[in-house]
Design a protein. Structure first.
Length: 331
């Protein structure tokens, strides 16, 4: 390899600075995708298939799992495409609608879905704690705004994208706080708190590691000096696998939230059935009282057609019929 080819190869590698393309990264994203989609299917099988969503918790959690799973899938596709480009020695293309820019579409979709998933995850905490559904809708609106901002940044400057990660941290903190304060009496409370706590551990690990591990160095080439950011990759487990750790923590949090949400939604369904039975029994008792009053009124009519000697019996029946009809209105 001559000097020109070496410089070209170095420039191609430098274009990937700050972008991790290791196989371990996109495989953990595929794991996140599988966990999210399977969890959504489990919740739907238990509640959605029978048409009983037990209020908003099961529906909100299923939506969160779907969004998280699709986020992982599209992110894995984008990272795998980048890894193939780097292996072929091609520079990373960051402009749309040119050659080798096809990875931008799944990457942008993953950012949009990730922002929405974080918001619906916060909505799951609100549903678990029994808050007003308006809070859930508000969280979804914030996630939509953050997702659209990510889309705009991907078209303007892809290197500035990823700011929705900060919103994901805020949503995880808020979700953990809501469940801890308002959902302590609900079944599945420890699992849901642990789920949001695992998310926070993953985010803390991911955002703290770059400040500790990243280093910059200057490489002299024929085209001039190149500033390359190095990471103590794989030499230090804390530094080398921070994104993979985030994905695994997020997948684990989905499993914990699934179990906790199933317990809470099952209790909600039981209470819903009991309330329905109470309403049915109340309507049935009203109907019995009304039918009893009707029978007495019909007997009164028959007695009215009889002799005057039965007039005192007719009066007694009238009192009983009216009292029965009155009870049917108030019982």
């Amino acid at each position: 390899m001559d000097a020109a080819e070496g410089a070209s190869s170095l420039q191609a590698d430098s274009s990937f600075a700050g972008w991790d393309t290791d196989a371990s990264l996109y495989w953990t994203l595929y794991i996140l995708m599988a966990v999210g989609l399977i969890s959504a299917a489990v919740m739907w099988k238990n509640f959605g298939q029978s048409g009983d969503w037990s209020g908003t918790l099961s529906l909100t959690f299923t939506t969160f799992c779907l969004l998280a799973g699709l986020n992982g899938g599209f992110g894995a596709m984008a990272k795998q495409m980048l890894a193939a480009m780097k292996e072929e020695g091609k520079p990373m293309e960051k402009n749309w609608f040119v050659e080798d820019s096809w990875w931008l579409m799944p990457y942008t979709l993953s950012l949009l879905l990730g922002a929405l998933a974080s918001s619906v995850c916060l909505g799951t905490a609100a549903a678990f704690a029994g808050l007003n559904p308006a809070w859930i809708r508000g969280a979804k609106c914030i996630g939509l705004v953050m997702g659209l901002v990510e889309v705009v940044l991907c078209f303007i400057n892809i290197d500035h994208s990823g700011i929705s990660g900060y919103w994901s941290i805020v949503a995880a903190i808020a979700g953990c706080s809501i469940v801890a304060v308002r959902g302590r009496e609900a079944p599945g409370f420890p699992l849901c708190v642990a789920g949001y706590g695992v998310q926070l551990v993953g985010f803390a690990w991911c955002f703290a590691a770059p400040a500790i591990c990243d280093r910059s160095r200057v490489v002299q080439t024929d085209a001039g000096p190149l500033y390359v950011k190095d990471t103590e990759h794989k030499a230090n487990w804390f530094c080398g696998y921070r994104l993979e750790t985030l994905h695994v923590c997020y997948a684990l949090s989905i499993v914990l939230l699934l179990i906790g949400s199933l317990m809470k939604a099952d209790r909600d369904r039981e209470q819903s059935y009991l309330a329905m039975v109470d309403r049915h029994m109340a309507r049935t008792s009203h109907g019995v009282a009304a039918s009893e009053g009707g029978r007495r009124l019909r007997r009164l009519q028959r007695l009215g057609d009889g002799s005057r000697a039965n007039s005192h019996v007719a009066a007694s029946e009238m009192v009983l019929a009216c009292s029965g009809a009155q009870r049917s209105l108030w019982v």
